[in-house]
Write a protein that binds this ligand. Structure first.
Ligand SMILES: [Zn+2]
Length: 303
């Protein structure tokens, strides 16, 4: 079910394997998809991420050397098998049960949540990103939902990744990205884990339109294809390079518009450094307590 990616790469005769050094804190990016079985595009986006990360692309190599990716590409396999639109075999909208998943009624969710909590409790692991991929039936483009925090700096740092992704992916819209704490979304992975993990972790729902994305105005809509969904996935993966500012580790220019990317990096350098650099520079932040599978109040599912 899980695909873990890490590896080594020789740069100028020096073997780079930063996240695998003994005692090194592993930076983990956790990605899930297809919790809603009807949202087929989420699988194509996830496939794009996986295909890119296991490729020989220089950015992929750098990402594997510096980060650990944990990917659960299908959270609702029984629902997908049955052709359900939103629910599992037992009729649950799994994305409303993160607060207290049952190993009997929501086994995939329970397993993934346990793994996340194990990683959270491991002092050698810093779970820095959680991204849950969905598809949206009315909105255009790709966009994200994030959380609302009391801490303004944390709130601003949360906006860095979607801003960078917007620069890298023509179909991703930062203006459609929103941050909320609606009661109806309380049992979602993004909302629940956003409250569980520490203040250097960011949790997003990545949505992509079932239909089209808009280029240069509302009249120029481009229908999504399977390839376009997978390209969005590749761009999500590549954006981690910008976020962690690892460009100097790459051996040659990697994009057709390096100047733009450089300008973008300058634009976001301050906040990206705060967001990505905190755990590097300051070590692991203090935790108020260990996470556990504690029962919490949850919202009812929407239809
Ligand atoms: Zn969904």
């Amino acid at each position: 079910m899980f695909e873990e990616m890490s590896g080594t790469l020789a740069h100028a005769g020096v073997t780079v394997k930063k996240n695998l050094r003994p005692g090194a804190e592993q930076k983990v990016v956790f990605i899930t998809a297809r919790v809603h079985p009807g949202e087929t595009p989420s699988s194509f986006v996830c496939q794009g991420i996986i295909d890119f990360l296991v490729s020989q692309h220089p950015i992929a190599k750098v990402l594997r050397d510096n980060l650990v990716f944990k990917i659960a590409p299908m959270l609702n396999p029984d629902g997908v098998y049955l052709g359900n639109y939103r629910c599992s075999l037992m009729g649950f909208d799994l994305n409303r049960h993160w607060a207290n998943p049952s190993p009997w009624a929501h086994p995939t969710l329970h397993g993934v949540k346990q793994l996340i909590i194990e990683m959270y409790n491991n002092p050698k692991i810093n779970l820095e990103f959680y991204i849950d991929i969905h598809a949206h039936s009315t909105m255009m483009n790709g966009f994200m939902y994030g959380n609302i925090f009391e801490d303004e700096e944390r709130f601003q740092r949360q906006a860095v990744f979607p801003k960078l992704l917007c620069q890298n992916a023509e179909d991703f819209s930062y203006s459609s990205t929103s941050f909320n704490r609606d009661a109806v979304k309380a049992g979602t992975g993004r909302r629940f884990l956003g409250g569980l993990l520490n203040d250097t972790s960011y949790c997003y729902t990545l949505e992509v339109s079932f239909y089209s994305y808009i280029l240069g105005g509302p009249t120029s809509t481009v229908p999504y294809t399977e390839e376009a969904y997978m390209k969005l996935g590749r761009n999500v993966a590549k954006t981690f390079l910008d976020y962690y500012r690892l460009n100097s580790l790459v051996e040659r220019p990697l994009t057709s518009t390096p100047k733009t990317r450089e300008e973008n990096l300058q634009l976001f350098a301050g906040s990206a450094q705060r967001g990505g650099g905190r755990s590097r520079a300051g070590g692991r932040p203090e935790r108020s307590g260990q996470a556990h599978l504690k029962e919490q109040p949850q919202a009812r599912s929407t239809p």
